[in-house]
Design a protein around this ligand. Structure first.
Ligand code: UDP
Length: 454
């Protein structure tokens, strides 16, 4: 385990922009007093498996800052076993929870359990008797469960993964994880449709963003970042991407995610191919930017590099005319602020943001684009469809032939952008009201208080 130090002040920003957050702030201050009485001075430990990359790492810093400013003692631990098989197992588990059956899961299980045993022993040296434990996702779940078996503490499992259908593969995994949930008093899921069979009470808290994080803030002036390992396909061979400033100064459609087949990056590439081939002259001005973590940097995502290479291959198979407008932007995860600035600026300047995930439990990149007031086009994957109401704050594309529909949408965005402007404004307004972190904190209090009183 490594502790991540979190510093900073977020609350003052909400207060300074009170006109957007008036009711939310009232509710926040009202519920905080009650929660402080119950939670008292005990330390709340948030535990997940990565400090950079992915939705959880994105949300925790400002969530923790806010709770600290509201008078709670909150700390952040990363559980990061060195064994590669540990993350192979948790990635396979993640895929299985989306009903993608993965061979070899059972062979990897002993590695996960062994690393979890070691983790449990280490937790014993870190967590003090009265502390509160919040575990995020399956990676640290069993380490925490084994620790809690010997040393019961108030504990919540916050699972950010979700799949709205019950299938044999999905049920098998919930069964496996379910055995380790008895030590927890509450489970938090992102949607009620993700509930599974368990005796532990479930609370629902949708994903949220911080309007004041370095990712979501408004950027002005020239970009200071370079794109070291990114590739573009200008000519036969791929070559380094031009500067970030050059991309930002052009018109482009954007997709941001980890390199993962479930994110449907191949569908965006196929859609863009159809769009350019069928398009009018206007279309030629619009590039495609696909941004994700530098696959060399991400320890907890062993499949990332493989899928990135698949995407490179797909791009090299495009005709030269299409290919030279595609940029695969790989962002180093080592420097949090640099990553945030690159993604934030790309989102801020995009002509339209696409998220065509095959499955999506969470969809934070869509929330970020909605917050920016961008035209957002998503697939009907459950976590995306929950955020975007077709025609109101964005466009939802349904199966089948989603690539064709996305290509049409690219065309519409290229030639009729004004049709999207009202939706984009609505997107931002709705997001400010319902998807900022302060709107979710009273729900966290409720879960923690319920855990303490059960
Ligand atoms: N992200 C990032 N850099 C990248 C790719 C993604 O900072 O290169 C962030 C993205 O902005 C979002 C989060 O990682 O905040 C991804 O969350 P999402 O729920 O979309 O996907 P997850 O990775 O959690 O499945």
């Amino acid at each position: 385990f490594d502790e991540v130090l979190v510093e900073g002040s977020v609350l003052a920003h909400y207060v300074a922009e009170r006109n957007h957050y008036d009711e939310l702030l009232d509710e926040l201050f009202r519920s905080s007093g009650e929660a402080r009485n119950m939670i008292g001075s005990r330390c709340i430990w948030h535990i997940n498996s990565t400090a950079f990359g992915g939705g959880v790492a994105e949300m925790l810093p400002h969530h923790i800052c806010l709770l600290r400013e509201l008078g709670f003692d909150v700390r952040w631990l990363i559980f990061k076993p060195k064994e590669e098989q540990f993350f192979q197992f948790t990635k396979a588990l993640h895929n299985s929870l989306h009903d993608v059956k993965v061979a070899g899961l059972n062979d990897l299980l002993p590695h996960y359990l062994e690393a979890s045993e070691k983790g449990a022993a280490e937790l014993d040296r870190i967590i003090r008797p009265d502390d509160f434990v919040v575990i995020h996702d399956p990676q640290p779940l069993v380490a925490a469960a084994k620790f809690l078996e010997s040393y019961p503490h108030p504990a919540i499992w916050r699972c950010h993964i979700g799949y709205p259908k019950r299938t044999p593969t999905v049920d098998e995994i919930w069964g496996l994880l379910g055995e380790h949930l008895h030590q927890f008093q509450r489970i938090i899921l992102s949607a009620k449709e993700y509930a599974f069979d368990t005796d532990v009470p479930i609370d629902i808290i949708p994903p949220s963003i911080s309007p004041f994080s370095s990712k979501n803030r408004n950027y002005e002036g020239p970009a200071g970042q370079t794109l070291d390992h990114s590739v573009s396909f200008n000519g036969q061979e791929f070559e380094p991407t031009p500067s970030l400033q050059d991309i930002l100064g052009s018109r482009y459609f954007l997709h941001v995610s980890r390199w993962d087949g479930l994110k449907g990056i191949d569908r965006i590439i196929a859609a863009y191919d159809r769009f350019v081939k069928s398009a009018l002259a206007e279309a030629y001005d619009t590039r495609l930017v696909i941004a994700g973590p530098d696959p060399l940097d991400v320890a907890d995502d062993p499949e990332g590099r493989e899928y990135f290479e698949e995407c490179v291959l797909l791009c090299t198979q495009l005709s030269k005319e299409v290919r030279r407008r595609v940029y695969l932007v790989c962002i180093s995860m080592k420097d949090h602020d640099a990553n945030a600035e690159i993604v934030g600026r790309l989102q801020q300047n995009a002509h339209g943001v696409f998220a065509l995930s095959r499955e999506e439990g969470f969809g934070l990149t869509a929330t970020e684009a909605l917050f920016r007031g961008k035209p957002v086009v998503v697939s009907s994957a459950f976590g995306l469809k929950r955020q975007v109401v077709n025609g109101l704050n964005g466009v939802v594309l349904h199966e089948p032939d989603i690539e064709d529909k996305a290509a049409e949408m690219m065309h519409h965005l290229a030639v009729g952008y004004s049709d999207f402007e009202k939706m984009a404004r609505t997107a931002r307004e709705r997001c400010l009201r319902s998807n900022t972190q302060i709107s979710q904190i009273p729900k966290w209090y409720h879960s923690m208080q319920s855990a303490l009183s059960s």
